[in-house]
Design a protein around this ligand. Structure first.
Ligand SMILES: Nc1nc2c(c(=O)[nH]1)N[C@H]1C(S)=C(S)[C@@H](COP(=O)(O)OP(=O)(O)OC[C@H]3O[C@@H](n4cnc5c(N)ncnc54)[C@H](O)[C@@H]3O)O[C@H]1N2
Ligand code: MOO
Length: 401
């Protein structure tokens, strides 16, 4: 049986995938969302020439030679401009952020002035024209594009959008992933399992992988190995508006591996099934209209490695979020035998040694072993039919954290 190469599988999975439509969300809910359109300033900032310091607004010509005495004719706190116009020999007490009064052209900081009482000050140091004045539009002008489409809204972007007077922003909808675990042997964490049962773990890691690229995860629980039960969960996913349906387990060739039949029965057109990779060989992908269906293998490590390689890029594309695998070169620390036809993803500990990375694979790589996946911070990538690799040779690693 021919197995689909990993790169081809990813290409087919991403084919014709456009970002989801936009929705408007309040700025307070917009953290880590992706901007759906360029964001232009609705106003100019600062909207007036403003003082950058606490002190006195003066005419530079009046303070060219110091010390000198000036009259204080008014007050200008932030938010309340002085309404008059400064004449020669006059100043206005001013605070950071207040509009520069008409007639003034510089600020003397209060450290360089002495309050003489009775509405007079002595200026101790000269101040050149424009000193400590923030010009109107210093930050941005109305109409300037401040944030590009596709920008992931972080702290600075959110404050900037607010400063530009946007109470809400248009962002790309977050993809919804419905996750359906399958298997008679599974019980949720916290249960008291019978002798033949295990705890269902995959959904938690898969949901986390989805959330890591900005998607929403809907855990539809555990369906027993019965077509009706799986079909009913799939229908629930469709009704919930899932963009992606992920099934866990039941993807292989066993008598209880029903996922393929159920999904096709519910209208999925199969695109590919069974990849040249380890772990993750039974991965299945198809489309049910606009909904993408990914049948992840049941083995826990396979489900998470496939989430990293396929689910994350798909969700990132749907959410218009930048995503790339963190691939690096490292020095292999042990010998590895020649590879077969499946691209291998070997759990390894990647360490920095004298500015270079080293990769030490874990001895046992069974795809049921979550602990080694959790202990690993990278995967050594071995292409199909790679020859034996000796300790000291260079290998490619996919960093996980
Ligand atoms: N004759 C063959 N047998 C198998 C093949 C094959 O090619 N020929 N492929 C093997 C590979 S590779 C994998 S991976 C597994 C995956 O098979 P399924 O996707 O059908 O998964 P299940 O049989 O349902 O479960 C496998 C294993 O994983 C456990 N499991 C399932 N779901 C969960 C979950 N949500 N949380 C935790 N653990 C889960 C399940 O109990 C089994 O132990 O098939 C091989 N067999
Ligand atoms: O995906 Mo299976 O776990 O390749 O062994």
């Amino acid at each position: 049986m021919s197995l689909v190469p990993v790169e081809e599988a990813l290409r087919r999975l991403l084919a014709d995938t456009e970002p989801l439509s936009a929705e408007t969300v309040a700025l307070a809910d917009a953290f880590d969302r992706v901007l759906a359109a360029p964001l232009a300033a609705l106003r100019t900032q600062p909207p007036f020439d403003a003082s950058a310091m606490d002190g006195y607004a003066v005419k530079a010509a009046d303070v060219a030679a110091t010390p000198t005495k000036l009259k204080v004719i008014g007050n200008a706190p932030a938010g309340r401009a002085f309404q008059g116009t400064l004449g020669t020999g006059e100043s206005v007490r001013i605070f950071t952020g207040a509009p520069l009064p008409a007639g003034a052209d510089t600020i003397v900081i209060q450290e360089n002035a002495r309050d003489l009482g009775n509405g007079a000050i002595e200026v101790l140091e000269p101040s050149l024209e424009g000193r400590h004045v923030r010009r109107k539009g210093l930050d941005f002008n109305a109409g300037d594009v401040l944030l590009e489409k596709g920008r992931v809204l972080d702290a600075a972007a959110l404050s900037l959008a607010a400063a530009a007077n946007h109470p809400a922003v248009a962002v790309v909808r977050r993809p919804l992933v419905a996750i359906i675990a399958t298997g008679d042997e599974l019980l949720p964490p916290g249960s008291t399992p019978g002798p033949d049962q295990i705890i269902s773990s995959n959904a938690y890691g898969v949901a986390a992988a989805a959330q890591a690229v900005g998607a929403r995860a809907l855990d539809l629980g555990i369906a027993p190995d019965q077509k009706d039960a799986i079909a009913s969960a799939v229908r629930q996913a469709v009704e919930a508006g899932a963009n992606v349906i992920v099934t866990l387990g039941g993807a292989s060739v066993g008598d209880h591996d029903l996922v393929h039949d159920v999904l096709t029965g519910e209208g999925m057109t199969l695109d590919f099934w069974k990849l040249a990779m380890r772990p993750g060989k039974p991965l299945m992908f198809g489309r049910m209209g606009a909904i993408r269906c990914i049948g992840l293998p049941g083995n826990p490590v396979a489900s998470l490695v496939c989430s990293q390689l396929f689910l994350k890029p798909l969700l990132a594309r749907l959410g218009d979020r930048p995503f790339s695998q963190d691939l690096r070169e490292a020095t292999l620390m042990t010998n590895i035998g020649a590879n077969d036809r499946r691209q291998d993803y070997i759990r390894a500990r990647i360490e920095l040694d004298n500015h270079k990375l080293t990769a030490t694979p874990f001895g046992t790589q069974d795809s049921s072993m979550l602990r080694t996946l959790s202990d690993a911070n990278g995967l050594i990538v071995r292409p199909p039919h790679a020859p034996e690799a000796k300790a000291g040779s260079t290998c490619q690693v996919l960093m996980l954290r």
